[in-house]
Design a protein around this ligand. Structure first.
Ligand SMILES: [Ca+2]
Ligand SMILES: [Ca+2]
Ligand SMILES: [Ca+2]
Length: 215
C-alpha cells in the first residue's frame, strides 16, 4: 500500500473496488471524467439505502377533548411519577384530538399508528380507532376526517401494565406540509369492545417514511 492513500483509494464498506454506490463529490469530475455538479439548494435525498422512518409522538398532555363526547383528561400522581392520561368510557364512544404540521420530508405513503394505554381491568378487549385529515393552504380547516382505522387489543392480565396496540398500516390522505387533524377514539359500543371500566390512553406514536433528509 502506498504511504499516502488518496481519498479516492479508500474502500467503501460493502462496495466493490471502483463502485461508487451513488456517492458524489461536491464538485469537479468523477473517475470517468464526467462533470459532477454540487447539490445546490436541492434537499439532500435520503434514498441511498432505503427511506428512513420518522416518528411523531402525541401525548395525552397535548390532547384537545371535545365538550361533548370527549375523553376525560386526568393527571395521575402515581407512586413513582406523574403523568397525564385520557380516560375513555367503556360503553359510550369518546374521543380526543391533536393537531400538528406534517414535515416536508414525508413521502406521502402509509403510516403506522401505535397507541399506548393502561387499564385497571385485567380481562376483555378494547377497540381503539383513529381518524385523520390533512389540510392544505386554502382548504377548509373544519375538514371531514377519513374513515376510521381500528385495532382490537386485549387487556393485560395485571392492572396498569403498559399496553400497546398498532393499527394496520394505512394511507392517511396527507400531503407533506399539511396541517394534520388527528383523532383517537374508543369504539366503546362496538360488540368487540368487552373490557369494563375506563381505558387510559397515554400517547400515540405515528411512524412515516421520509424521502429526503431536510424538512
Ligand atoms: Ca396490546
Ligand atoms: Ca361506536
Ligand atoms: Ca364496551
Amino acid at each position: 500500500m502506498a504511504a499516502h492513500a488518496r481519498r479516492d483509494d479508500l474502500p467503501l464498506r460493502g462496495c466493490a473496488e471502483g463502485e461508487s454506490r451513488g456517492l458524489e463529490r461536491d464538485h469537479g469530475t468523477d473517475t470517468a471524467g464526467r462533470t459532477v455538479e454540487p447539490a445546490g439548494a436541492d434537499p439532500v435525498r435520503a434514498d441511498v439505502e432505503s427511506k428512513p422512518n420518522r416518528t411523531v409522538v402525541l401525548t395525552a398532555t397535548g390532547a384537545i377533548t371535545p365538550t361533548t363526547g370527549g375523553a376525560l383528561q386526568n393527571k395521575v400522581n402515581d407512586t413513582n411519577h406523574s403523568y397525564y392520561v385520557l380516560d375513555y368510557d367503556a360503553g359510550t364512544d369518546e374521543s380526543a384530538f391533536w393537531h400538528f404540521v406534517m414535515p416536508d420530508s414525508y413521502d406521502g405513503g402509509n403510516i403506522n399508528v401505535t397507541l399506548y394505554w393502561l387499564a385497571a381491568a385485567t380481562s376483555g378487549n378494547a377497540v381503539l380507532a383513529v381518524q385523520t385529515a390533512g389540510v392544505a393552504d386554502g382548504e377548509s380547516y373544519d375538514a371531514a376526517l377519513g374513515s376510521a382505522q381500528s385495532v382490537t387489543d386485549a387487556a393485560k392480565a395485571s392492572a396498569n401494565q403498559l399496553n400497546t396496540a398498532t393499527v394496520t398500516a394505512f394511507s392517511p390522505g396527507w400531503s407533506d406540509g399539511d396541517e394534520i387533524i388527528f383523532k383517537v377514539f374508543r369504539d366503546a359500543d362496538n360488540a368487540s369492545d368487552t373490557m369494563s371500566g375506563d381505558l387510559r390512553l397515554v400517547k400515540a406514536k405515528i411512524e412515516y417514511s421520509a424521502d429526503q433528509e431536510s424538512d
